[in-house]
Design a protein around this ligand. Structure first.
Ligand code: SF4
Length: 353
């Protein structure tokens, strides 16, 4: 039977969490140990509490609000079995937001003055010239304290430099769990882009995703450490969302509580990554935000986890709901893309929705 004294007597757990509170990162074997506790166990509760404390201290109890616009959809050659756009199973028609729609959505996200970064998301294949044009368009419209980040397919160094010159500050890029098995993409190609991001000086946004019930602690650790080893600016965790009819639907979905345990382990592993400046949880939820995460994304337009063509008001949360969630999680300030902060108060959380 588990009692309070039994938990305290777990000397290995005590040692790992004690090191974390002293600012020392969890190793790969530590992380495997932490992930093997049941999500509803007292040990998992302790892991989440320590990750939360370590994260708030590291990031000064500041949070980041991000907004993502899915600008285009098409049957995607990535063919990820968990994504509604995979070419082998998608029912979505090809579509693209107009320039006016993109501007309207960008201004709706950035207009309140507290958005750290605006994300522009495409499919794995995308028109590069068109993307540069969209970046330049959005850059002209939104305030200078909001950065632009792209979530696109693989690209090379000259393209990375062009993106940077157009106004892009960071890139979300992941070698997914079981990449090449549950997707048609090559892990080597995904990881080659990490080097391109690094060489070009763009911020590297990484994530442990898309987590399902079938992934072992070993698999999660190997995948999440790629972000740590490649100096990610943002680390994160995201569960695979149950999309009825998708090829992986029968494998089910982990709970937000288990996701929060992974968030906590990511947070403790990322203590060893000097470049990491924040931790995200996808999709936004309060358990993750009290387990080490200090970032959530609002979403509009296309969303790989949604069966609606515009995720706003469906799976994608709006900015006001995300801001309120960060407030409820106890964060006291929002960091903006220029490094300044704005207070996160009951009044600011309420007035926005
Ligand atoms: S997750 Fe991305 S790369 Fe994979 S099918 Fe969906 S849009 Fe394509």
């Amino acid at each position: 039977m588990i009692t309070a004294s039994n938990v305290i007597k777990d000397s290995r757990l005590q040692d790992i969490l004690g090191k974390a509170l002293a600012g020392e990162a969890a190793t790969k074997t530590d992380c495997q140990y932490l992930l093997n506790f049941r999500e509803a166990s007292p040990e998992a509760g302790l892991i989440r509490a320590v990750a939360d404390a370590a994260s708030r201290r590291r990031f000064h109890n500041e949070a980041l609000l991000l907004g993502q616009i899915g600008v285009a959809t098409a049957p995607c050659p990535g063919n990820c079995r968990f994504c509604v756009f995979g070419k082998g199973h998608t029912t979505f028609p090809e579509s693209r937001l107009s320039r006016e729609e993109i501007i309207a959505k960008a201004l709706a996200f950035a207009g309140a003055g507290d958005l750290y970064a605006l994300f522009l998301m495409t499919m794995h294949e995308f028109g590069f010239a068109e993307l540069l044009d969209t970046v330049a368009l959005v850059r002209r419209e939104i305030p200078s304290h909001t950065q632009i980040v792209v979530n696109i397919g693989d690209f090379d160094l000259p393209q990375a430099r062009e993106l940077k010159a157009a106004g892009v500050r960071g890139v979300y890029h992941v070698c997914r769990l079981r990449e090449g098995v549950d997707t048609d993409l090559k892990p080597e190609a995904r990881q080659a882009t990490f080097g391109v991001i690094h060489q070009s000086g763009l911020d590297f946004y990484y994530c442990c995703e898309p987590i399902g019930p079938e992934h072992s602690a070993e698999e999660l650790v190997e995948q999440l450490f790629l972000g740590v080893e490649h100096g990610c600016f943002q680390h994160a965790a995201m569960r695979r969302v149950y999309v009825p009819g998708s090829p992986l639907a029968e494998r089910g979905q982990i709970t937000e509580l288990r996701l929060a345990q992974v968030v906590a382990v990511v947070t403790l592993a990322a203590l060893g990554c000097a470049e990491t400046q924040n931790i995200a949880v996808h999709e936004p939820n309060l358990i993750g935000l009290t387990s080490g995460a200090n970032v959530v994304y609002a979403e509009t337009g296309a969303n790989p986890r949604d069966t609606e063509s515009d995720t706003s008001g469906h799976r994608g949360l709006d900015l006001a709901t995300c801001r309120k969630m960060l407030y409820e999680a106890g964060f006291t300030a929002l960091r903006r893309g220029d490094g300044t902060t704005t207070p996160l108060t009951l009044e600011s959380a309420r007035s926005s929705g």
